[in-house]
Write a protein that binds this ligand. Structure first.
Ligand code: ADP
Ligand code: MG
Length: 277
């Protein structure tokens, strides 16, 4: 994958919060089809890095190029319009919408008008705009014809069936009734269906038990096999090792090691960073 073109180029990315240097001159390249995991102790700047790349925070300085186009400083909606989609450390789905409605939203190039969802009509449009902005899903025109609408519905069904194990029986259920793990899987499906150039996943298995984690790992391995380009923040080192082409270790806002998973996890400065906390 290192021969593949660079999809995401990050250079000297920098962000401070009132004197706290949360992200300190972070640089790396993410190649097409590559999976990179960011590891590091709590507070080392992993989520802030994701927030900067996805436009939820503005960098103080540094460059972010998506497929050679500079994108640093764009809004989350503009980032998602360009193909940079993310999920959140705590998970963000719309609890009042069903699984399939949530995933439909992610198909954002043909948004909202697809199925005449009753639940969608519960919300005024202003509420929609703010909900979508929170998740970084861009609002663009929905399908114009019946045929386009049918296509969207078929795509959503297919997306759910891919992650069938627990999700498909619940497709008509509002996500607030789902387990935490299934809400997070819905969120990943919502990001995936929009055919992102890059998926940014912030701790997709946080708070999950072993079997739930294994299900998410299968979902991510499927995405990787499809050739998706993924930047992942993750603590579970076995999952990181199973999935990642390369690992970046952060501590105190800096990248302290990068390379093959086993080399990074065993690097003395990485071991020390974890022991010191
Ligand atoms: P990680 O995801 O690696 O646990 P974060 O990127 O969330 O770490 O946080 C890095 C540091 O920046 C922490 O010390 C955290 O408290 C601080 N921080 C993160 N977001 C903010 C914010 N919005 N305002 C102030 N401080 C923040
Ligand atoms: Mg975090």
């Amino acid at each position: 994958v290192l021969d593949a073109p660079v999809m995401l180029r990050v250079r000297e990315l920098d962000k401070s919060f009132e004197g706290l240097h949360a992200v300190n001159k972070v640089s790396f390249d993410l190649h097409q089809g590559e999976v990179i995991s960011i590891i590091g102790p709590n507070g080392s700047g992993k989520s802030t890095t994701i927030n900067l790349i996805s436009g939820f925070l503005q960098p103080d300085s540094g460059l972010i190029d998506l497929a050679d186009e500079p994108v640093a400083g764009l809004s989350p909606a503009d980032m998602s319009e360009r193909g940079l989609l993310r999920t959140f450390q705590n998970g963000r789905v719309f609890g009042g919408l069903t699984v399939e409605e949530n995933i439909n939203l992610g198909y954002h190039r043909r948004l909202v008008a697809a199925r005449p969802f009753k639940s969608l009509q519960r919300y005024p449009i202003a509420r929609w705009l703010s909900l979508l902005a929170e998740t970084g899903v861009a609002l663009v025109p929905g399908p114009r014809t019946r045929r386009e609408a049918d296509e969207v519905n078929i795509r959503v069904d297919r997306e759910i069936d891919r992650f069938r194990e627990r999700l498909s029986a619940r497709r008509r259920d509002c996500t607030y009734t789902l387990s935490y793990a299934n809400r997070r899987r819905t969120e990943i499906a919502r990001a995936h269906i929009s055919e992102p150039k890059i998926l940014l996943l912030d701790e997709p298995t946080a708070g999950m038990n072993q079997s739930e984690t294994a299900e998410v790992l299968r979902q991510l391995q499927y995405l990787k096999a499809q050739g998706h380009t993924i930047l992942l923040v993750e603590h579970k080192i076995d999952l990181v090792t199973a999935l990642s082409d390369r690992v970046l270790a952060m501590d105190g806002g800096r990248v302290i090691a990068q390379g093959a998973p086993d080399d990074v996890r065993n690097a003395p400065q990485v071991v020390e960073a974890y022991l010191g906390k």
